[in-house]
Ligand binder design. Structure first.
Ligand SMILES: NC(=O)c1ccc[n+]([C@@H]2O[C@H](COP(=O)([O-])OP(=O)(O)OC[C@H]3O[C@@H](n4cnc5c(N)ncnc54)[C@H](O)[C@@H]3O)[C@@H](O)[C@H]2O)c1
Length: 467
């Protein structure tokens, strides 16, 4: 948990550096300089905020986080400690005591036992999709914002599905297995072009909509079903019901989240509603298809082929013999079917996705450290304010994380009331609330007193001032 003394110490150092004009002081907002670098965006009119001496920001990166992230952090002047693997618990406890941010992937478990040793930690970056390796509730209550990257691999999944549509239509999996075992089997019966066929996309979010554009460019007609009304891309058309989609599609592909509503979204009645000889693709989550019902539908000849990337139970590591009946009771029967493509949850596994994840998460962490912007946090109220202008010299940004109880804002606004509150935004999530305010007409000598007053308020979790 962030220790007020340590935050105060860092704050003091920042203040003294700014006064002494040390070369380590941040001259431009690091996030701005990064954006300008990667996107050629000119952000000259926005004020650089100085949270700490950037030389003091320590980032611990584990599990071979992508080099795009390391570059972003180094460009900020942060101190980066990098490990290719995760660390044993005792070593992690030692390392986490000191750092302001930690970047992990799925193997590092950040339990409350570990997090309670973190004295300066303000943020955690999960350089992956999932976040259940972190005790999110504990982190939130300790004022630690956790970020991940849910959408950096959307394109990779969409491309895999395109490949699977053609592979199923041409029975490529079977032909390849036959050739590997010495069998020459040149057939055209029940092999199809995909041009002019109808693709039914269930879930028109990040992946579904990317896929829609790619499929249309290959001459497919696209229809989609989503619980939300979403504007169609290209010539695709939203349909009103899942049944409508199932009755019209030659290929049905699922791109919905795993929820109670989507559990067994496709089961016996849905397969029965589909066209004879239709194909089914699932690269969303393993619970969304009733796989034993799919097996029955394939054996009956109703479904001509299927591609599955996800399963109700998935092995925790790579290795031979792990995809077995012990893990999923249907495994052997599924493997025995023809024209079934099985992949080990690789939809989003590309070099491009890893590099995009590195950029997305590192940028989120940098924006949170430098500007207090928590948009995209998974355990924390999402708060942001537009940048301060360069001419707002005597402005301070107040970041105040507190328990979500009545009366706190009154106390805080009393403290801020001697200054002009230019803008203010507060939001809560569960037991935690986060206030961000830009106040002007703040003399440098007032900053310390403001900080101390805020630190002494009841229900405070953490305070940061950027100036
Ligand atoms: N195979 C992989 O490696 C891989 C990689 C990334 C994502 N995924 C999974 O793919 C799925 C889609 O991801 P995304 O990034 O496109 O998500 P998203 O949140 O952008 O889109 C999901 C869409 O599904 C819709 N939806 C929700 N419930 C629905 C229902 N009952 N019926 C119809 N539509 C419904 C939502 O309104 C939304 O438009 C998720 O389950 C995700 O976990 C898998």
């Amino acid at each position: 948990m962030s220790n007020p003394q340590d935050i105060a110490g860092t704050f003091q150092r920042a203040l003294s550096i700014s006064e002494s004009g040390s070369p380590h002081a941040v001259l431009t907002s690091p996030t701005q300089s990064y954006l300008a670098q990667v996107g050629g965006i000119s952000l000259k009119s926005t004020k650089a905020l100085k949270p700490f001496s950037t030389g003091d920001i320590k980032i611990l990166l584990l599990e071979n986080v992508n080099s795009t992230a390391i570059n972003i952090f180094k460009n900020q002047g942060y101190q980066v400690e990098f490990y290719k693997t995760s660390l044993p618990e005792d070593e992690l406890i030692e390392k986490i005591k000191d750092v302001h941010a930690i970047g992990i992937r799925s193997k590092t478990k950040l339990t409350s036992k570990i997090l309670q040793h973190a004295k300066n930690l303000v943020t955690v970056g999960c350089f992956c999709i999932g976040t259940n390796q972190v005790d999110l509730e504990y982190a939130g209550k300790a004022g630690i914002a956790v970020f991940n990257s849910p959408f950096s691999n959307s394109r990779s999944v969409a491309e895999l599905v395109i490949a699977e549509i053609i592979t199923l239509a041409r029975q490529l999996g079977d032909r390849s297995i036959e050739m590997h075992t010495g069998t020459w089997n040149k057939v055209s019966a029940k092999c199809w072009e995909i041009r002019g066929k109808t693709l039914g996309i269930v879930g028109y979010g990040h992946i579904g909509s990317q896929l829609s554009v790619l499929a249309e460019s290959m001459g497919m007609n696209v229809i989609y079903y989503d619980v939300t009304m979403i504007m169609a891309l290209g010539n695709s058309k939203q349909v009103d019901t899942l049944d409508d989609l199932l009755q019209r599609a030659d290929f049905v592909t699922l791109h919905v989240p795993a929820t109670a509503e989507t559990k067994n979204l496709l089961s016996t009645p849905q397969f029965a509603a589909m066209k004879d000889g239709a194909y089914v693709i699932n690269a969303s989550r393993g619970t969304v298809i009733d796989i034993p019902a799919l097996i029955e539908a394939m054996k009956a000849g109703k479904i001509a082929g299927a591609a599955l990337d996800v399963y109700p139970h998935e092995p925790a590591k790579n290795g031979e013999g792990l995809f077995s009946n012990e893990l999923n009771g249907f495994a052997e029967e599924l493997c025995s079917l023809r024209n079934v493509i099985l992949t080990p949850h690789i939809g989003g596994s590309t070099e491009e996705a890893q590099s995009a994840i590195g950029i997305e998460v590192a940028t989120s962490l940098t924006k949170y450290i430098n500007e207090g912007n928590s948009i995209g946090a998974v355990n924390f109220p999402e708060v942001s304010l537009r940048d301060l202008d360069l001419d707002q010299e005597n402005s301070v940004r107040v970041l105040y994380i507190h328990q979500n109880v009545p009366g706190v804002l009154k106390t805080v606004n009393n403290i801020l009331s001697n200054h002009n509150i230019e803008k203010q935004f507060t939001d809560s999530r569960g037991d935690v609330a986060y206030l961000m305010a830009d106040i002007s007409e703040v003399d440098q000598t007032d900053i310390k007193s403001l900080y101390e007053q805020l630190e002494q308020t009841p229900y405070k979790i953490a305070t940061r001032l950027l100036y």
